[in-house]
Design a protein around this ligand. Structure first.
Ligand code: TXE
Length: 500
């Protein structure tokens, strides 16, 4: 498809998918089917089966068998790497198709979806190298009669539950790393954005991934997702989503088999701006940090904390930027911000905007639903006169809503930044290296940006402090998370007897 010159349109018929177990797609049959409408166009775009708990059991059994017979974990890292590299090549070839379905189900702009798919290719390429680099340790310093080896072994069957905000990107921040470790897996994508996960299953099969190593079960969180958290035969669960469901994953793990957990949960991420920053750059970065992906981003910079001497001027600069963002049809090449992904999320964001006003904050810009005749869109929104105990300053809104608060000293900025139950990400804007380092070292956040925001790649690990979660994805740590460590003690020579 000539991506640039041809105007993209939604499909005339929804695309039908089966779910994927043991290397084959299973059509819905008598199962209920969920019809997903594009949030930007209000027309049906995909039809996805609602799997049953029995389907999940079959998928887990398939992943279990594939793990136990070592068809994947028993391969050399180089052979696993070859499959991941081939998958990267096929994703590159199907780049446009993946971006199109991502855009339709999620509502994100097509240009952004394309860039994300490009990033996913890098994830597969990088993780392929890690399949070869993964190694343990050895101890040659235990005396002449003892030698120690530490091995890393795949943890087993992994359950992967993903959200709707970055259906393909979040998937690819995990799947190639899980596969690099030698684990097998069962994935449950969000019920509203399953298409690109099913496309990835097809791609991996074509790339030579043995049957049963990756399975995809589609359906709701309350049935399939909950059953995964309780499943006795899933060894590890990686969950990305709301803090509340993260809590229920922890409870379910304790009540079932103590499965290992990786959790990436909510965030209320500070953007700290000092008066000595390049304010033009900072205003642009802050606008991007809150409006990108309509603010439906766990690492959105949703709390602007700005030095008092420039607070009014800077808020004005950010408001100007927000007003110029091109919001509109996700399939339009020029669009920067697309539709809100779900009706429920749209209602949540609008109710926070109403609540902010009721609690006494002043709306500087946005705050309204935009009418394009179809779809659901919200104008990028800025609130000033915000107190830290207001809901808009405390809760993860998960929408394009930014609050402004001001500080006078570095310590005050650090204290305000840390005044949250979350610790996922933070950004600081300053030209003073001392301030940048003090803030970076003292603010509790798993990801930090200095004079930039929301950048990333396959090399650096992702994850949160505090109630933003447990564990890390991506980078070498992203493979190691999916391994167990075994310590081996080897006696050399004749044993000195215990019983004479
Ligand atoms: O998330 P859920 P929702 C936050 C964000 C948003 C809020 C609600 O604040 O407003 O969560 O979004 C599956 N057991 N984030 O309701 O429900 C579900 O099917 C197991 C932040 O959509 O957590 C989907 O696959 N799984 C976040 C996934 O969990 C369950 C991204 C996420 O859905 C389940 C998304 C259950 N009981 C939302 N219930 C981030 N950190 O990026 C649901 N699911």
């Amino acid at each position: 498809m000539d991506a640039v010159s041809k105007k993209l349109m939604p499909p005339t018929q929804p695309r039908e998918f089966g779910f994927y177990v043991d290397g084959r797609f299973i059509p819905p049959g008598k199962r209920e089917v969920f019809e997903r409408a594009s949030p930007g166009h209000d027309v049906p775009v995909t039809r996805i089966p609602k799997c049953t708990e029995d389907d999940l059991d079959v998928a887990v059994a398939s992943a279990r068998l594939a793990f136990e017979d070592r068809r994947w974990s028993g391969l050399a890292g180089g052979d696993r790497a070859a499959v991941l590299l081939k998958a990267a090549e096929i994703i590159r070839a199907r780049h446009e198709e993946i971006a199109y379905w991502e855009c339709l189900e999620n509502g994100k702009p097509i240009a952004q979806a394309r860039a994300e798919v490009g990033g996913c290719i890098g994830m597969f390429e990088y993780a392929s190298g890690l399949a070869r680099a993964l190694h343990g340790d050895s101890f040659n310093n235990l005396g002449d009669s003892m030698f120690g080896i530490v091995t890393r072994e795949p943890v087993g069957v992994v359950g992967l539950i993903t959200p709707w905000n970055f259906p393909f990107l979040i998937l690819c921040e995990r799947v190639p790393y899980i596969l690099a470790s030698g684990c097998t897996l069962v994935v449950k994508p969000s019920e509203v954005t399953s298409a690109t996960t099913l496309i990835l299953a097809e791609i991996l099969s074509e790339a030579g991934l043995p049957d049963g190593v990756m399975n995809v079960v589609t359906g709701s969180g309350s049935t399939i997702g909950q059953a995964m958290t309780e499943h006795m035969d899933i060894d590890m669960l990686s969950f990305t989503g709301s803090t509340n469901v993260g809590r229920s994953c922890v409870a379910a793990s304790g009540k079932s088999n103590f499965k290992k957990l990786g959790l990436e949960l909510g965030g209320k991420n500070p953007q700290i701006v000092f008066a000595d920053a390049d304010l033009e750059d900072a205003a642009d970065g802050v606008a991007f940090g809150i409006a990108f992906n309509t603010g439906q981003c766990c690492v959105s910079g949703s709390r602007l904390i700005v030095e008092r001497s420039v607070a009014d001027e800077f808020a004005g600069m950010v408001a100007d930027k927000l007003a110029k963002i091109r919001v509109g049809d996700p399939l339009d090449e020029q669009t920067q911000v697309g539709a809100i992904t779900t009706d429920a999320q749209n209602r949540t964001i609008m109710s926070y905007i109403e609540r902010g006003q009721k609690e006494g904050a002043t709306l500087v810009c946005g705050g309204v639903q935009l009418d394009f005749g179809q779809g659901q869109y919200i104008a990028p929104t800025l609130f000033k006169d915000v107190d830290s105990d207001m809901a808009i300053a405390k809760d993860e809104i998960f929408g394009p809503v930014l609050t402004v608060q001001s500080f006078e000293t570095v310590d005050e900025a650090i204290q305000m930044a840390n005044d949250t139950v979350y610790g996922l990400a933070a950004s600081v804007w300053t030209k003073n290296i001392d301030k940048a380092l003090m803030v970076t070292r003292q603010v509790q956040a798993g990801r930090f940006w200095v004079n930039t925001t929301l950048s990333g790649g396959p090399e650096l690990p992702l994850g949160g402090f505090k109630q933003s979660g447990w564990g890390r994805e991506a980078g070498m740590m992203g493979v190691e998370e999916y391994t167990q460590v075994k310590s081996v003690h080897i006696e050399i020579g004749k044993r000195s007897p215990w019983v004479a």
